[in-house]
Design a binder for this molecule. Structure first.
Ligand SMILES: C[S@@+](CC[C@H](N)C(=O)[O-])C[C@H]1O[C@@H](n2cnc3c(N)ncnc32)[C@H](O)[C@@H]1O
Length: 202
């Protein structure tokens, strides 16, 4: 990591600590929200891969009148106004568990999930593609008509394919990298808006 990147990373880390947030990841969601008006207070939000909870803290603040449900393999310390579920997105019928909190579905699905990176770029990218596909499958069961999904992927040869997958289900698709995401990091976020997927009658 170059010294500029290190300083930037440390700056966001310190800012998060000073402002009482658990991870500097919170600024990625905040910046995407400010750019795309992602969250409207009163929404039903499902946050996948939520621990340690920066995104959940942000959602609980800006969506204080709505429903915030978080899921992760790893236990998350409680966040006010957020229901936490310990689970794996690859668990069979994981959607049944999340729908217990909101039988009518969710207006926004977030995924900041990343598997442990191996250092092998193409393998890591393939894993992130696989995760994003699974998130889209979950969306088919839980996302409402005209809902939105924001999913982290590692940029590479498969990114265009994933955007195409999104275009099959969302009327509008963006690829975005918030300023707080380190430039050297291959992470980017795909945002789908106006969902028209199969469970669109919700
Ligand atoms: C980058 S962290 C998320 C940071 C979080 N957005 C925040 O703001 O604090 C990625 C998370 O994805 C979770 N994760 C990885 N694989 C998962 C899976 N199969 N199912 C659920 N969560 C998973 C990890 O446990 C980890 O907590």
């Amino acid at each position: 990591m170059s010294w500029i990147q290190k300083r930037r990373s440390e700056a966001y880390y310190k800012k998060a600590r000073l402002e009482g947030f658990r991870s500097r990841a919170i600024y990625k969601l905040k910046q995407i929200d400010e750019k795309f008006y992602l969250i409207e207070n009163g929404m039903r939000i499902l946050d996948l891969g939520a621990s340690p909870g920066g995104w959940s803290q942000y959602s609980s603040l800006v969506n204080e009148m709505g429903l915030n449900v978080a899921l992760d393999l790893v236990q998350m310390r409680s966040v006010e106004n957020v229901y936490f579920l310990k689970g794996d997105i690859f668990q069979k019928d994981v959607w049944d568990k999340v729908l217990e909190f909101s039988p009518g579905g969710y207006d926004l699905v977030l995924s900041d999930i990343l598997m442990h990176t191996s250092g092998d770029r193409s393998r890591d990218q393939a894993n992130s593609y696989f995760i994003a596909k699974r998130v889209l499958e979950i969306c088919e069961h839980v996302l409402t008509r005209n809902g939105k999904a924001l999913v982290k992927v590692l940029q590479g040869d498969l990114t265009e394919d994933m955007k195409k997958e999104f275009r099959k289900h969302f009327k509008r698709v963006h690829l975005t990298k918030p300023p707080s995401s380190l430039p050297r990091s291959p992470e980017v976020y795909i945002l789908g808006e106006y969902y028209s997927g199969s469970r669109s009658d919700r």
